[in-house]
Each structure stands twice: as C-alpha cells, then as structure tokens.
Design a protein around this ligand. Structure first.
Ligand code: SF4
Length: 689
C-alpha cells in the first residue's frame, strides 16, 4: 500500500540538490519547492516534473536474463542473482579478479557509492572500478587538490554568491543547467567565458567567446594582463601562496594580441574582464564542464585558479574560487571509494596509511586490497580485450550514450561475456545487458547526497517501490553473499551503511565522521569536513589557511597547447557539446518525462547561418555531423551568435542522435578526463530515404 504523506527531500537530478516537499496524494505524487538555501522556493522544469519518473510506464519491473534466443526474459530475483554470481565466479576463476569490472555513477547516494567500492575491492577483489563522474568533474578535482590541498566543488555556501559584485563563469551555463542558482547571482555583474551565447551569456555584462579548446590561452592572457597592468594582490600572493614566479613565466608569453589571435577574444574584452574582477570588492571565479572536459582540462582549471589566486580571491570572506559540480551526487560520489584510485574518505588507494585505516574498518588485511585500476574511459575501452575485463557491472550509469567515442564503446560493451545493469528504466546500456536488475529510485529509498557545496543532505523515502524492485544495497548484499562474503559486511539499511562510511572517512580529506542521520534530521546544515559529533561542519574552507601542510595555495605552471584535434581539410569545424534545460545527462530519465520530452524532443545542432549556407543546410533540416570516429544526425538550428568555426550539439539523445558518436578518446594525462568539448567535424545534409 502506498503511503499518504509528505516528506522533505531533494530533487533527483543535478548537484544543486534543490529542496522539495514531496506529497503522496490520491491523485498521485506532487512536488513543491522548499525554502532550502540553494533553491529558496525555486525549481527548474526538471524538478517540477520529477514525480513523473515514479510512474513512468517504462519502469523496469522484473529482473531479466537474456536467454539462448537472445531475448531478455523475466525471472525471479534468486535466479537473476544466481546467474550473475555464477558468471562472475566463472570469469574470475578463469581470468583472475581484474577480469570483472564495475562502473558506478555520480547519481548514486553516498551509501551506494560507498558499498559499491567496498563490494568491488572485497567481494570481487578487483581493481577495475571507476564511475561516470570521471567524465564530469575530475579535472577540477585534480586542479583543486593540487592548488588547495583539498577538493570541494564550492568551498563556501552557494548563498555567499549573493553578495558578489562580479562573478566570472568559465564554461558554465547555470541559467540552463541549474536555474535556481541564478537567484544568487542576480546582484553580480557576470563575466561569461563560453564559445556559445548561452542563456547565461545572454545575462552577462561581458561575454568572451573563445574558440573551443583555447580557454587556457585566454586565461593565461588574463593572468598576463593582471600582472602587467598591476592588478595582482601582491600581499596575498606573498603571504598565502607559492609558485607564482613559475606560473608567471608561462603567462609572460601570452600577451593580449597573441591571445586574441589564438582565441578570437578581443584585447579590449580581455582587459575589461580583468579590470571588472580586480576592481570588485567581492568577486568569484567559477568553472564548469566547459573548462574541464579537455585533454588539458586540469591545466585549464589550474589557469583559472591561478587567476583567482593572483587577484587574492580564494580563502577570503566574500570572494573565492569554486567548481560547479554537475551530477546529483557528483561531490559525494567522488569521496567514498568508487573512483579507480581512491578509498573512502577521499583517500588515495596507494597511500599505506589510508589502506590500513580502511582495511581496519572493513576487517581485512590491508594487503588484500587491490591497487588502483583503470579510469572510466580506459576501463570501457579495455572491455573484452586481452587483459581487460570480460564482465561489467553497471550501477546508475548509461555509458552507451554518455561515454565519448560512443560507437566504439558500444562495440566494447557488446564484446563482453557478461554485462549486468542495475537501473530503474531500460536505458540504452540496460537494453544491451545479459542481466537487468530493476532497482529503486529516489523517492522510494532513504539515503544521503552531498551537494556542490559539500553539504550532506537527506534523501527520504516517500513511497514503497514496485513489488519487484530492490535497492542497490540489497543487490550488492545478494551478490556478495553468493560470492562467499559474510552478509554482515554488506548492510542493506542505508543508515547502517552511512555509519560505516562515517568510520571509514574518519581522518580522511572528506571526513564525515561527525555527521549522523539524527543531526541531519534535526535540520543541521552540515558541510564536510565534520570530524566529531559536536563539530558544526565546515561551510567555508581555507579562511585560516589552505589544506597543504604549509597552509599556502599552489600556483600551477601551466601552458596552452592545442586540443587533440584541430580543424583539417576533411573536418574543418570544431564541435562542442553540452546540456539543455529540459534534459539531463544521457537522458535515460528525462526522456521518459512527457513534459520534458515535449520541451526538448530531439537532438539539434546549432550552426551559424553563414556556415550552414556553405554546407547547403537550412534551418529545420537534418544535418549529418561527422568526425574521424563516426557521425551523428541532428536537426539544424541556425544561430546568429555562434562562431562561424564552431557547432554545438546536446548530448542527451540516443541511437544515431548520440552526440558522443563524434567525440574522441583523448584523455587528460592526470584526471583522465576525455576531450568532450572539442572534436574536428564536417557537416552536410542528411539524406533520408
Ligand atoms: Fe533539480 Fe537541479 Fe533543477 Fe534544482 S536545478 S530542480 S536540483 S535539476
């Protein structure tokens, strides 16, 4: 029987985690925005329509196993879990533990992310675990850790932005991706860096429109101007940072006219941007995926951190640097051990002290824990190859649509001996699976999420799930016990998992040990680190010093380089990808919400009219956009504000409309972030039969 009641919870989508009041009424579930600090009574279209997810006719209702006839057939849970465990055991026995891979998601609750990492390392004994957050914010995480000694998306509450005079947004489009955030920016003058005139750029006092892949040259130029024109905060740089001279040596070569030639951004606009930031009493530099998703994503974000440090912003009252994390639990998802190189508490898996601590909590010897595994793209690319995983378990992700070079990745997924997908809808990846496990979704489960400001939030259950859906925690318990693990190591109650997560995180970079369900349920606003039951949490980091042993932030000596692909005779344009207001990530959820699908029903490609004209394309027609890897088909939208050398596609759509059919596999050497934001392409009319 469904409950008839109301719960305070949070939106199932993005990292803002807007607060909602969700009610089960006779007519169905209704949602209202709460006065939670980040949304303050606001929601976007996705939040307003989220209840439709609960009743989607497409809901997976039974476990399914692919039979000899190639069809997925409904089975009971014991049969499904027996098939999975038997397959995993056989592959592990024949090929070793690393022949089994695990692919997690940045939308999983903290409890699921934690238990998934533990399951991979203990029950499977594999090093081969990573997650789709690698495709999201890994460059900012690496740059932030290097600069500040600690990575938390926003090291200050979102509400601090409301007092800013100037905010620079680099490669971020919150007016579409997280609209309620914009209320906190309404008093600020915005400087937007984006190759497109996005909804955010339209609200900007100044829009800098560099060619895709040249953001690092631009920000080196901004640092150059800041130094040469005397805008740097020399007292701050001397007292609170190290490494300025080496960073400046690189920026020295990026004088404004050279930057204009490389990026297309006028010298006057470069100077205005720096002056606006430097003259502001309170200023912030915020980066998003546009700065991160490059084969030089870490260096690009470091360039923006350098600029913020030179102007004396990070770690001060009312100013700072931050990264706008994307996925719902993009922050928590990277802290609890589903990353290839990390253990819970945001600890490095190669650190002997970290291994000893976590192994102690798990009750195993430290030497039994595997070492680091492959990063997300490398893991997917290795599937079915000699030495690569032969089985893959996917939780909360849809890599057939969201991974770069998606045609190739789809082939790799098809080559597996065993593909298992846990999801609540038949995503494109689930449709390829040998076993599909139907799991619960947001309003059917308890747990915690950590939003973009490092605040830990309670997700609350409103209603019982459909009869055959199980929580991911129950799935992991069922598989672990079938693989010979003691059941008590895999609790199924979220609160019990969270209590263990707290112990595992104690003393780590992301310390949750003082955060409890009781404190959260009592309304406390707890941002990690929170190292004890009396600790009030840490809404603002770095005010008394950065997290490096000497308390100083680090400049990074970075230099511009070309993207992996530059335009050529065959592929003369640059394609860049991103999101639209009414869809979310791979679209597996939002494409099933009627109002959202009506608002954004199909893929499109934004093209400047002159560029379209040269290619024989007209508004509303179908275009084939091709790169060296494949092609995608999208509806032409003529946009006069586009650069003539650039086209834009959203990445939410399936099948031949997948934008990731054209994106490439060049990876950042440190974060292993793929270069989603620049592909060399050509465009032509799509001939339909
Ligand atoms: Fe949900 Fe993000 Fe929209 Fe808020 S901004 S309603 S969290 S999708």
């Amino acid at each position: 029987m469904p409950d008839l009641r109301t719960v305070a919870t949070h939106c199932p989508y993005c990292a803002l985690q807007c607060g909602t009041r969700l009610s089960r009424e006779r007519a169905g579930v209704t949602v209202r925005p709460s006065d939670f600090s980040v949304n303050n009574g606001g929601l976007c279209q996705k939040g307003w329509t989220a209840p439709a997810l609960l009743d989607t006719p497409d809901r997976l209702r039974n476990p399914m196993v692919r039979g000899a006839d190639g069809r997925l057939t409904a089975v009971d849970w014991d049969t499904a879990l027996d098939v999975v465990a038997g397959g995993l055991r056989r592959i592990r026995d024949e090929h070793g533990p690393d022949a089994v891979g695990v692919f997690g998601g940045g939308g999983l609750t903290n409890e699921k992310a934690y238990l998934l990492g533990k399951f991979a390392r203990l029950a499977l004994g594999t090093s081969q675990i990573d997650y789709n957050g690698r495709f999201c914010m890994s460059s900012a995480a690496a740059a932030g850790t290097a600069a500040f000694g600690l990575d938390r998306g926003l090291p200050f509450p979102v509400t601090d932005l409301a007092s800013a005079d100037v905010v620079l947004l680099a490669g971020a489009n919150p007016a579409e991706t997280m609209p309620p955030l914009m209320q906190h920016l309404r008093h600020a003058e915005l400087v937007v860096i984006d190759p497109r005139t996005t909804a955010t750029a339209e609200q900007a006092a100044l829009h800098l429109q560099p060619a895709p892949g040249t953001d690092l040259a631009l920000v080196l130029g901004l640092l150059h101007i800041a130094v040469v024109d005397g805008w740097t905060d020399t007292d701050y740089v001397r007292a609170r940072t190290t490494g300025f001279d080496a960073a400046w040596q690189r920026a020295l070569a990026w004088w404004p006219e050279r930057v204009e030639r490389v990026t297309g951004v006028a010298v006057s606009a470069q100077r205005t941007a720096v002056r606006m930031l430097a003259e502001a009493e309170r200023a912030y530099v915020l980066t998003g995926r546009g700065a991160e998703q490059h084969s030089k994503g870490v260096d690009t974000v470091s360039g923006f951190v350098n600029l913020a440090l030179a102007l004396g912003l990070p770690g001060t009252e009312g100013s700072g640097y931050g990264c706008l994390t994307g996925q719902g639990n993009g922050q928590g998802g990277r802290e609890h051990g589903q990353k290839a190189d990390q253990l819970p508490g945001y600890r490095m898996i190669t650190d002997p002290a970290a291994r000893e601590h976590v192994a102690g909590v798990w009750g195993v010897p430290p030497e039994s824990l595997p070492g680091p595994g492959r990063s997300a793209y490398e893991l997917l690319d290795a599937l079915g190859t000699a030495g690569g995983p032969r089985a893959l378990l996917v939780f909360g992700s849809n890599p057939a649509v969201s991974a770069p070079n998606a045609g190739h990745i789809t082939e790799r997924l098809s080559s597996l001996d065993l593909l298992v997908v846990a999801d609540f809808v038949p995503s494109e990846t689930a449709r390829m699976a040998d076993v599909v496990l139907p799991v619960t979704q947001w309003a059917e489960e308890d747990g915690t999420m950590t939003n973009l400001e490092g605040r830990v939030l309670r997700r609350r259950r409103l209603q019982v799930p459909p009869r055959h859906a199980r929580s991911d925690l129950e799935v992991l318990h069922g598989l672990a016990t079938r693989l010979g693990e003691p059941g008590h190591r895999y609790p199924t109650a979220p609160r019990e998992v969270f209590d263990e997560l707290r112990r595992a995180s104690r003393g780590g970079r992301a310390d949750y040990s003082g955060i409890t369900y009781e404190r959260l349920d009592n309304g406390e606003a707890l941002h990690w680190p929170c190292p004890g039951p009396e600790h009030p949490g840490t809404p603002r980091l770095f005010l008394d010093g950065f997290a490096h042993p000497d308390g100083r932030a680090r400049f990074a000596a970075v230099d511009h380089r070309d993207p992996a692909e530059t335009p050529s005779e065959d592929f003369p344009l640059r394609a860049t990808t991103g999101r639209v207001l009414a869809q979310y990530q791979s679209g597996a959820q939002t494409r099933r919400v009627p109002d959202l699908n009506a608002a954004a029903p199909e893929s499109f490609v934004e093209i400047h009219p002159d560029t379209a004209d040269r290619a024989g394309l007209s508004d509303g027609g179908l275009a084939r956009v091709s790169s060296a890897r494949g092609h995608t088909v999208a509806r032409v939208r003529l946009v006069g504000t586009m650069r003539t050398d650039t086209v834009f596609l959203p990445f939410h759509f399936p099948d031949q409309a997948r934008a990731n059919l054209i994106t490439g596999d060049a990876l950042d050497p440190r974060s292993r972030m793929p270069e989603f934001k620049v592909s060399a392409v050509r465009i032509q009319p799509e001939v339909t039969r």
